[in-house]
Design a binder for this molecule. Sequence first.
Ligand SMILES: [Zn+2]
Length: 147
Amino acid sequence: MIVFDLVCICGFAFEGWFQDRQDFQNQQSRSFLECPVCGSNEIRKILSPVRFRSKGKDQDSLPQQKCTDPVSREDAEKALAIIQKFVAENFENVGTDLAKESLKIHYGISEPRNIRGVTTESEEKKLREEGINLIKIPMLTKSEEVN
Ligand SMILES: [Zn+2]
């Protein structure tokens, strides 16, 4: 058996086991190779030392290459969900009054506090001019809270 380090066009790196070099080439040319992440057939061999697996003592003598997997959409959504939960629990929802309330807090009219909501582009521009910076986070799902 022969082991190749393979990489997909999506950036996912994985191992492929083949009988020999010819076997790899056959599978590649027939698009038998498939990325386990995105399902693409555009798999390339990474130019790295070829590892031969045998029962011999040199089985693990070559350093293992650690490949960093790209962040999956699922993981990104999980991270976003955590941020959204944090914001929902720690920020008062002022809805469309966000710009107004931000200015009030900025000028000491309202009590300083964490607020969230929505703004129009022109409101955003005005806030920037006043030196107020907003942090925008993408919303994955349309929540009734931000309407
Ligand atoms: Zn892929």
